[in-house]
Ligand binder design. Structure first.
Ligand SMILES: [Zn+2]
Length: 260
């Protein structure tokens, strides 16, 4: 009998090009075991990472974007990314337990039109904050954003004011908002709900900023080392802690327990 050659499946690291065994990659929460680079995770994968098993109750699952400006190719892109991500919009939101604590949670997905923030994400974030407020629950929002969604123009931009107003109301309640920032988070998200957490934690190496590095580079000859990286933002006080993905659930649980 002919012996079959064993083929082990691998994925290349986006940062160091090492070949990582698929099984180890999944077990390691999509973090490269050689260089510690944190790879893209979908909203559903992040949900599994952060919340207690079988505790998630989804809300507002039926909200979806419409092409109100008749922007070229927007309906096709929406259709493509609905099929690709299994989400109806760029964010998953609801209530779940984290370490046994009931928590309002919203998680973005960069795989859905670059995680850009349109009217649906603004509405979902706002409803999630209002739900947390109504039930006096801690709030966790996991941000990932390519900026505001140009295909929705001003309707997208106004979500900054709407979500910021909801955050201001929540801040008065004395309950606790943890903003988790992942790679990449840019534009209006950074300028609104992402930066309004009581505590802001980032994944290692996450790029976080308002204008993207290319736009900034066009105005400055040289950019500082680690420009817009979580490590530099920690040094400058924008980020309160950098938390490795493998520690994220424990760290969130500890912070929620401390504030409860
Ligand atoms: Zn690597």
């Amino acid at each position: 009998m002919k012996k079959m050659a064993e083929t082990s499946k691998t994925v290349p690291c986006r940062n160091c090009d090492a070949q990582i065994a698929v099984e180890a990659f999944a077990k390691n929460f999509k973090v490269c075991p050689y260089c510690d680079y944190h790879h893209y995770m979908s909203a559903y994968e992040r949900l599994d990472l952060i919340v207690d098993a079988d505790s998630f109750e989804e809300y507002d699952a039926d909200l979806y974007s419409i092409d109100s400006l008749e922007f070229p190719e927007y309906p096709e892109k929406l259709e493509r990314d609905v099929a690709k991500t299994g989400l109806k919009s760029e964010m998953l939101s609801g209530i779940a337990n984290i370490g046994g604590y009931s928590t309002a949670i919203a998680i973005g997905d960069v795989g859905f039109i670059g995680g850009t923030c349109g009217s649906v994400i603004g509405e979902k974030v706002t409803r999630c904050i209002e739900r947390a407020l109504e039930n006096r629950l801690p709030l966790v929002i996991v941000s990932v954003s390519g900026g505001m969604r140009m295909q929705e123009g001003t309707l997208a931009l106004m979500q900054m004011a709407k979500t910021a107003a909801a955050c201001a109301e929540y801040a008065k309640s004395g309950v606790f908002y943890i903003s988790v920032v992942t790679d990449p988070t840019f534009g209006g998200a950074t300028a609104s709900y992402t930066s309004l957490g009581d505590v802001i934690v980032a994944e290692p190496g996450a790029r976080i900023g308002f204008a993207g590095p290319l736009a900034v580079a066009s105005l400055r000859e040289e950019l500082p080392e680690n420009f817009q990286k979580a490590e530099s933002l920690l040094e400058h006080g924008f980020v309160d802690a950098i938390v490795h993905r493998s520690e994220m659930r424990r760290m969130l649980t500890d912070m929620i327990a401390f504030a409860s």
